[in-house]
Design a protein around this ligand. Structure first.
Ligand code: NAD
Length: 420
């Protein structure tokens, strides 16, 4: 959640990927700038009767492949650059998974923990009032992101329905099940990463029994620990913002969930061979698989050399800086990149949108099966591309996405088409 150069850094990935494809110049001209970013100052009345305003944005980065899709973040450090960068990543993530979407993102610059529940509802509704002409089921479809949840999505869908005068559940995904949400959305991000690990287990040298360290124990971190442990992987360390715990013989995920529910992972330390670590030391834990599932830039040039894992599964968005990426590549650490590894979330959001439009809801088994098929298909393609071109999995994921984006952009005609 930092500033100006964030989008420039992200665009380096675009340039790198372009070198592996024979692209019409139109493609880069189209993808190197966000298509539109709308900025609004939201004004709400607080419980004490006073008025307060908050900066808010919605970016539709590119819509060549379909309506834009991306979450809304409520965070005090959000900036326009962050929103545009996240929207750029969403453009590539949706193309990686072959979803019929472009990329978008939104944010409100607010610490939601300082608001009462009623103020949070007013702010959520104010966002939709301000951006009602931007969003829409065939235009731009928001979802939850950091510090927004299914209840916020429910308020937003309700506000949109009252503005357009009809129920329109497909305008937003990540809604409560009772309001048209999809079964399986809650653990979709972790489950997508889990299916990927299982599919590539042999190539990655990550069969069950392998040791796993998980950084961040929120939605993504808790579910990946649960899914991998159930398959016989050994969760040897987990962390949250308050600290980390470690146990070489493996942690009991049920006890971790109970301790987190009561507020503190570190309360488990001192028994069953469990010790504490500073949260920052988690990346250096001896293990085969490291799962960053917290925030951006957690593996950086000062700690990347200490990573002992053979494989990094990026469930967080942007957890490895470009400098750290180079260090990890030199150490032959394989990074399963965010735009593939955490794409299970947007994929099940897509399923929610499809179900809302069909008015027909799928059983959980169908959601899991469709997600598994898609993760395996795109994971296999990216693995093969990386082998074939001798490039990292991250570069391969960008090349894979860019070739789909390029086909769509070039289908409108290229310079060569119009001048020949
Ligand atoms: P969350 O808020 O539920 O959990 C975040 C966790 O990170 C919390 O446990 C927090 O304590 C921990 N954390 C914060 N700072 C930390 C630090 N310095 N060291 C260790 N842990 C720290 O969020 P989430 O939904 O699980 O999202 C986590 C990441 O995954 C984000 O980057 C998000 O963008 C990404 N992601 C989430 C989804 C989804 O569907 N939830 C989808 C795609 C990507």
């Amino acid at each position: 959640m930092h500033a100006a150069s964030m989008l420039d850094q992200a665009l380096i990935r675009l340039d790198e990927a372009a070198r592996h494809l024979d692209l019409d110049p139109d493609v880069l001209e189209k993808l190197k700038y966000p298509r539109e970013t709308t900025k609004v100052r939201l004004m709400i009345r607080l419980d004490d009767g006073s008025r307060k305003s908050f900066m808010a944005w919605r970016c539709r980065y590119d819509d060549t492949r379909g309506p834009t899709k991306g979450g809304i973040r409520f965070h005090p450090d959000s900036t326009i650059e962050e929103v545009e960068t996240l929207a750029f990543w969403m453009t590539f993530k949706c193309a990686v998974m072959n979803l019929p979407y472009g990329g978008g993102k939104g944010a409100v610059q607010v610490d939601p923990h300082t608001l009462s529940k009623a103020e949070l509802e007013r702010l959520s509704r104010a966002y939709v009032q301000a951006f009602s002409k931007i969003i829409g089921p065939d235009r731009d479809i928001p979802a939850p992101d950091v510090y927004t949840n299914s209840m916020v999505m429910g308020w937003m869908a309700d506000e949109y329905a009252s503005i357009v005068g009809e129920a329109t559940p497909a305008v937003i995904t990540g809604k409560p099940i009772a309001l048209g949400g999809s079964l399986g959305r809650d653990d979709a991000t972790a489950r997508g990463g889990y299916y990927l690990v299982r599919r590539l287990a042999r190539q990655l040298g990550l069969e069950p029994g392998a040791r796993v360290a998980v950084q961040g124990f929120g939605n993504a971190g808790q579910h990946i620990a649960r899914l991998l442990a159930a398959d016989g992987y050994r969760i040897v360390a987990v962390s949250d913002s308050k600290g980390a715990i470690h146990c070489t013989s493996g942690l009991d995920v049920g006890k971790l969930l109970a301790a987190k529910g009561q507020g503190s992972l570190t309360s488990l330390a001192g028994s069953d061979g469990i010790s504490t670590l500073p949260a920052d030391d988690l990346v250096a834990v001896d293990c085969e698989l490291l799962v960053p599932a917290a925030l951006e830039d957690m593996i950086h040039e000062d700690n990347a050399a200490s990573v002992k894992a053979r494989v990094v599964l990026e469930l967080a968005n942007g957890p490895v800086t470009p400098e750290a990426d180079e260090i990890l590549a030199k150490k032959n650490v394989l990074v399963l990149p965010d735009i593939l590894a955490n794409a299970g979330g947007v994929t099940v959001s897509y399923f929610e949108w499809v179900q809302n439009r069909q008015g027909y809801y799928w059983p959980i088994e169908e959601v899991h099966e469709r997600l598994r098929t898609m993760m395996e298909r795109e994971g296999d393609a990216i693995w093969a591309l990386a082998q074939d071109k001798g490039i990292t999995l991250r570069s391969a994921a960008y090349v894979h996405a860019l070739s789909r984006l390029a086909s769509a952009i070039e289908a409108h005609g290229t310079q060569q088409f119009f001048t020949s």
